[in-house]
Design a protein around this ligand. Structure first.
Ligand SMILES: *Cc1c(COP(=O)(O)O)cnc(C)c1O
Length: 379
């Protein structure tokens, strides 16, 4: 699996440990997008778009399968944040109260506020996972308009107990919307939520600038999209209306090919292998002087975060890892989870093809940069 994944894409420059920001695309996805742009030049952009419709329908169907919905329940967006904005701006309730975990993604909080939603916080454990036993009580005492949850957050490699949360929300009749930007292609997201949205470029390894929004039909029918005005589009299903604007069709075609490849590898195998990659990463990094692994070693994600214990400047470390070693990681700062994360962490997120040797190379590079390690280690 790892070999196939690696051989399917261009050779990497250095070390890519940044799939939670943007995975590396395959030749097939890159070629499909580029071929579509070529077709636009040959036959016309709108003619090419029509010809691409079966490919896009296959992309929607694959996303439907991964979210427990159907092709008709899925629309393309330009990304995850865009999907959330489309959904919340069309949300019908007058009473706009949204329940989130304290680790809610900062930019999502901005989208919620911009759409007039008041945020209430869900009960969580020390790692930020919902305490399901306490969730029911909260839903009974003060039901929000919806529960919103990142299935895997941006700033920590943990997984929310999705199935139990979905069951509880269902039992108490509270809609559940999942931010699967870090989840789709990474963990099982087909848990009968009312809405699921995600982004192309992370664990599905599609191009940038594409996202998806899946909404259950009954919920979709109740939405009131802000644009276009309803009387312009009376004959189009509600969800389809939000997809009407201008779009980079080539990128959507590339995404559809990436998801098709993903399905062909087998979602279960990829998920298992990503969990292995996370375990391996945490094992290799567990005793690194100056850094603490935040997640439990066996957390079933490929995201590992490192908190500096001896004052390393995480921003500078990331920059130097790129400049000196061509190793790509992410700084996750407090803006990612303003209610939960006080200081920045270094996020390491390999794909299925990572090797122990590569992680050891990374560990050595990181040690060589850490300011307070012993001189012998700085060579
Ligand atoms: C990346 C990310 C987003 C935003 O995705 P975009 O496609 O950049 O809009 C939202 N939520 C989480 C948890 C993310 O990691």
């Amino acid at each position: 699996l790892a070999r196939r994944w690696r051989d399917a894409r261009p050779a990497v420059h250095g070390l890519h440990l940044d799939s939670a920001a943007c995975s590396r695309q395959s030749f097939a996805a890159i070629d499909a997008a580029s071929l579509h742009a070529r077709r636009e030049a040959e036959v016309g952009g709108y003619v090419a778009a029509q010809a691409a419709e079966p490919a896009l329908a296959a992309g929607r169907a694959a996303v439907g399968a991964l979210t427990g919905m159907t092709a008709d329940d899925v629309v393309f967006t330009t990304g995850a944040s865009h999907a959330l904005d489309l959904l919340l701006s069309a949300w019908p309730d007058e009473r706009r109260v949204i329940a989130c975990v304290p680790g809610e993604f900062g930019p999502n909080l901005a989208v919620m506020a911009a759409n007039g939603f008041e945020v209430v916080l869900l009960p969580v454990d020390s790692l930020g996972r919902v305490v399901v036993e306490d969730l029911a009580g909260q839903l009974v005492a003060d039901a929000p308009s919806l529960v919103h949850l990142a299935v895997v957050p941006s700033h920590r490699g943990i997984v929310q107990p999705l199935r139990d949360i979905a069951d509880t929300c269902h039992e108490y009749g509270v809609p559940l919307v999942l931010d699967a930007a870090q989840g789709l292609g990474h963990i099982d997201c087909a848990v009968a939520a009312d809405g699921v949205y995600a982004t192309s470029r992370k664990w599905l390894a599609g191009p940038r600038g594409v996202g998806v929004l899946a909404v259950r039909p009954d919920r979709a029918a109740s939405l009131r999209p802000r644009l276009p005005p309803p009387h312009w589009v009376t004959d189009i299903p509600v969800l389809r209306r939000v997809e009407l604007g201008e779009a980079n069709i080539a990128a959507r075609v590339g995404f559809s090919v990436a998801v098709a490849e993903y399905m062909a590898y087998g979602p279960a195998s990829l998920r298992a292998r990503l969990a292995d990659a996370g375990r391996l990463t945490r094992t290799v990094l567990s005793d690194l002087p100056g850094w603490r692994v935040v997640e439990p070693g066996d957390s079933p994600t490929a995201i590992t975060t490192l908190a500096p214990t001896r004052g390393a400047d995480v921003e500078q470390v990331r920059t130097e890892l790129i400049a000196r070693h061509a190793i790509v990681t992410t700084v996750a700062g407090p803006d990612r989870a303003p209610f939960e994360l006080a200081t920045p962490v270094l996020r390491v997120s390999p794909q299925v093809d990572v090797t122990a040797d590569e992680l050891t190379t990374f560990a050595r590079a990181l040690s060589s940069l850490s300011p307070h390690t012993s001189p012998a280690r700085r060579v």
